[in-house]
Design a protein around this ligand. Structure first.
Ligand SMILES: NC(=O)c1ccc[n+]([C@@H]2O[C@H](COP(=O)([O-])OP(=O)(O)OC[C@H]3O[C@@H](n4cnc5c(N)ncnc54)[C@H](OP(=O)(O)O)[C@@H]3O)[C@@H](O)[C@H]2O)c1
Length: 280
């Protein structure tokens, strides 16, 4: 049995692919209503909370591998690691980012703390260190639909953006056959570096009208996200990440996805076409 915490962008894809391969999979969610499609596809649903260790211990029954993909909150993810260690789980696949202990972005420092706890637990594991997810662009869809434009503090910076579905596919693959991946860190990216000007060009072609990208300052970008409903702390961290992107921080692309999956990583064009209805 593979346990996937949670049914977000990456977790739902991983769980769905495992059900298609008829690998027994259990998904930990807070709200089973949100996991109905996964239940219909054949996944077992465990209702629990990452902040409640007893619910994790219950979900960990009979589990051989865990896909750990949730907000990078150290206390919560370390609860999962401790529960997995208690249950004698054989492998944890952890979704993470370009983490470092001295990053100016709190979320990246928290990821480092979680990774250190995972290493100290002794549970064999694999780190999936992904570049920014293409699905983040979906957060801009309402603004694009309304104003035919979007803005960011990322300037002209380019990103090796990855489709979160590819991260989910890699996670499922490793969780199902973990042995060769123990102790490995994979740097997951899409096939190319793209800027927000490229994003605007792809969306303009897809939608048949001009989508305009505007370069914003850090504060302007943070405040726009807060106005759009993003919690203040998350808006701050996102705007910090975009400002670093402007300075080349996300300019990295690897062959890890094709090496692991034996097929190319999805391009931004493919992603945009698959999610076209969200932008129109
Ligand atoms: N987004 C990116 O560009 C990016 C890039 C690299 C790495 N990462 C890393 O990937 C990981 C996942 O990020 P994401 O953006 O993919 O997440 P996401 O899609 O927003 O999914 C997070 C999930 O966690 C669930 N959740 C939140 N708190 C919970 C709790 N206390 N108990 C149980 N479930 C809970 C949410 O469920 P509800 O529906 O109940 O809220 C949601 O389904 C993070 O570690 C992040 O740092 C993200």
């Amino acid at each position: 049995m593979i346990l996937v915490t949670t049914a977000g962008k990456v977790g739902s894809e991983a769980a769905c692919l495992l059900t298609q391969r008829e690998v027994p999979v259990r998904v930990l969610v807070r709200d089973p209503e949100k996991a109905k499609a996964l239940a219909n596809a054949g996944a077992e649903i465990a209702v629990g909370d990452l902040g409640v260790p007893a619910s994790l211990d219950e979900a960990m029954e009979g589990v051989t591998s865990v896909v750990l993909v949730s907000p990078a909150v150290p206390a919560q993810e370390l609860n999962v690691v401790a529960s997995a260690a208690r249950a004698g789980v054989g492998h944890i696949v952890k979704a993470t980012s370009k983490a470092s202990a001295d990053s100016p972005i709190a979320r990246r420092r928290w990821q480092t703390e979680i990774e250190a706890g995972l290493a100290a637990s002794g549970v064999p594991h694999t780190l999936l260190r992904s570049n920014a997810y293409m699905q983040n662009v979906l957060a801009l869809a309402p603004a694009i639909a309304k104003t035919s434009g979007f803005g960011s503090a990322a300037g002209k910076g380019r990103t090796g953006m990855i489709d979160a579905r590819d991260v989910g596919t890699v996670a499922a693959e490793i969780a199902a056959s973990p042995a060769p991946h123990a102790g490995q860190t994979y740097w997951l990216t899409g096939p190319e570096l793209i800027s927000n000007y490229d994003v605007a060009a792809v969306l303009s072609k897809l939608l048949g009208r001009t989508i305009t990208y505007t370069e914003l300052g850090f504060g302007e970008n943070r405040d726009a996200m807060i106005r759009a409903g993003v919690p203040q702390q998350i808006a701050e961290m996102n705007a910090q990440a975009f400002a670093l992107t402007a300075d080349g921080d996300a300019e990295w692309v690897t062959d890890d996805v094709p090496s692991l999956l034996g097929r190319p990583a999805r391009s931004f064009e493919q992603f945009a076409a698959d999610y076209a209805t969200a932008f129109s």
